[in-house]
Design a protein around this ligand. Sequence first.
Ligand SMILES: C[S@@+](CC[C@H](N)C(=O)[O-])C[C@H]1O[C@@H](n2cnc3c(N)ncnc32)[C@H](O)[C@@H]1O
Length: 274
Amino acid sequence: MAAATVAPTHVVHHDTSRAAVSTTALGVCILRAWESKKPEEHRLFHDPFAAIICGSDSMELPLMEEVGKNKDFWMDFIAVRTRWIDEQVTAPTTEQLVILGAGMDTRAYRLDGLKGTPVFEVDFPEVLSAKAKLLEGHQPQAKLTNVVANLSLNSWDADLRTAGMQPVPTMWLLEGLTGYLTEAELEALLTQLSKLADPSSRMTATFVGRDMKEKATSMHRYLVTGPDQISALLGKFGWHCKIHTIAEISRLYDRAEHLPRDYAYFLVSAWRAA
Ligand SMILES: C[S@@+](CC[C@H](N)C(=O)[O-])C[C@H]1O[C@@H](n2cnc3c(N)ncnc32)[C@H](O)[C@@H]1O
C-alpha cells in the first residue's frame, strides 16, 4: 500500500530563506546513495532507494562549496550517522516511529526491523510529495503515513494525532533538523513533542556544535556550545540523554579516518525522566 497523505492544514512557508533547507535533504540522500554503492563488506548500510530518489550516477552534492568539507568527510559523516540511527530506531522498544524533518529518509522502506511498525514522516508538503512520487511503485515495509506540516508552527501535533499517531512507546527522530530551527522554534517543538510523547518514548536527535559555525551553512540557526547545553535543553522538557560526538561513534564502525576527533557534531539518545 502506498503512503497515505494527510492534507496540509497549517502549512505556510513563513520564511522564504528556508526554502533551500530541503535541498540539504537531497544532499544527504546523495551521500547515502554513494555509500550504498560500496561493496557489501565495506558499507555501513544499504539504501537502494537513495539512488532512485537522486536519479542519476552523476550526482553533484548541493551546497558543497558553502559547507566547505571534502567528499570523504561527508561520506563517512553520513554513513556513521545513518548506521547509528538505523540501530536506534529498530530497537525492540520502538512501537511507533515519528520522523520530524524526514526529508528523503527511506527507513520505512528499507529497514526490515520496521516491518509493520507505524511510521509517521513529517516535513514540508513539497518534500513529502516529491519523495512519494519518486518511490511510487515501491512498498514501504513499515505502515507509513505522511504528515505535511511546518514544524516551526505549533499545529503539527494535532496533525499527527489526526493522522493516527497513538499514545504508545514511540521513537522520535530528529535527524539533521535541530540546526535549522531557531532556539524559540526548537523549544516550541520540544514542548509539543513532549506533550504528545508517551512516558516510555525515546528520542534520537542530532545537534550542530557552535564551533562548526564557520563550516555550517548560512541556513543553520540553533548551534550548541557543547553537550551541557543539549542536556540542559532536553532536561527542561523532561528528557534524560546520552550524548556522543560523531567522532566517537565513527570509531565503533571503523570510520574515524576522515572525522576530526574534536568535530562538534552530536548524536543524542534520550528518554523520558521517570
Ligand atoms: C538536512 S534535511 C534532513 C532530512 C532527513 N532527516 C535526513 O537526515 O536525511 C532537513 C529536513 O528538515 C526539513 N525541515 C526543516 N525545517 C522544517 C520545518 N520548519 N518544517 C518541516 N520540515 C522542516 C527539511 O525540509 C528537510 O527535509
